[in-house]
Design a protein around this ligand. Structure first.
Ligand code: IMP
Ligand code: MG
Length: 179
């Protein structure tokens, strides 16, 4: 285990099992609809790569890069660093997120993409922290509910570190305290 990790919250095996289950469920729900998966970078990259290998129907993929800002008001704001390269009008869009926390990022993104008149927008997230939700948004598919603690690994970072860990773990408090 990495020396900065306090405990493994979700093991590699648990992740594999659940991701394959969700991939199969999405395949059934979107059969014949040729959906477009939109990954929200960077956090989604490992989850999306694994998920897509369990999607058995025809589909397309695209990516966005977004940055969330804490404004002076509690609403916050999000900026788009990289937009879609595909056209989503009349397409079924499935947003792929690493973690749904306050929900502000996805709420903003959903409104932002809605203007382009997709046939539908669904959300799949690896993790959901429902206790911290502030925006009116929910995940249509989630792999794990997690408690209100900061987690890293399997694509998620703290200061750009730990994305490469094959499991999801809780960081030791002293790692935060040093910074
Ligand atoms: P939201 O707009 O508050 O839902 O922010 C979600 C984004 O914050 C996620 O896509 C992550 O990039 C980041 N985030 C929230 N919680 C965690 C965590 O526990 N570990 C790592 N990143 C997190
Ligand atoms: Mg993210």
């Amino acid at each position: 285990m990495n020396k900065d990790i306090q405990e493994i919250l979700i093991s590699k095996e648990e992740i594999e099992r659940k991701v394959s289950e969700i991939g199969a469920q999405i395949s059934r729900d979107f059969a014949g609809k040729n959906p477009i998966f939109v990954g929200v970078l960077k956090g989604c990259f490992i989850f999306m790569a694994d998920l897509m290998r369990h999607v058995t129907e025809d589909c397309a993929m695209d990516f966005m890069v977004v940055r969330s800002y804490e404004g002076t008001t509690s609403t916050g704001s999000v900026s788009i660093i990289k937009d879609l390269s595909e056209i989503i009008e009349n397409r079924h869009v499935i947003l792929v997120e690493d973690i749904l926390d306050s929900g502000r990022t996805l709420y903003y993104l959903k409104q932002y993409l809605m203007v382009r008149r997709p046939a539908s927008i669904s959300v799949v997230t690896l993790m959901d922290k429902p206790a911290r939700r502030e925006a009116d948004i929910h995940a249509d598919y989630y792999c794990f509910y997690v408690p209100d603690s900061f987690v890293v690994g399997y694509g998620l970072d703290y200061n750009e570190k730990y994305r490469n860990l094959p499991y999801i773990g809780v960081l030791k408090p002293e790692v935060y305290e040093k910074n």
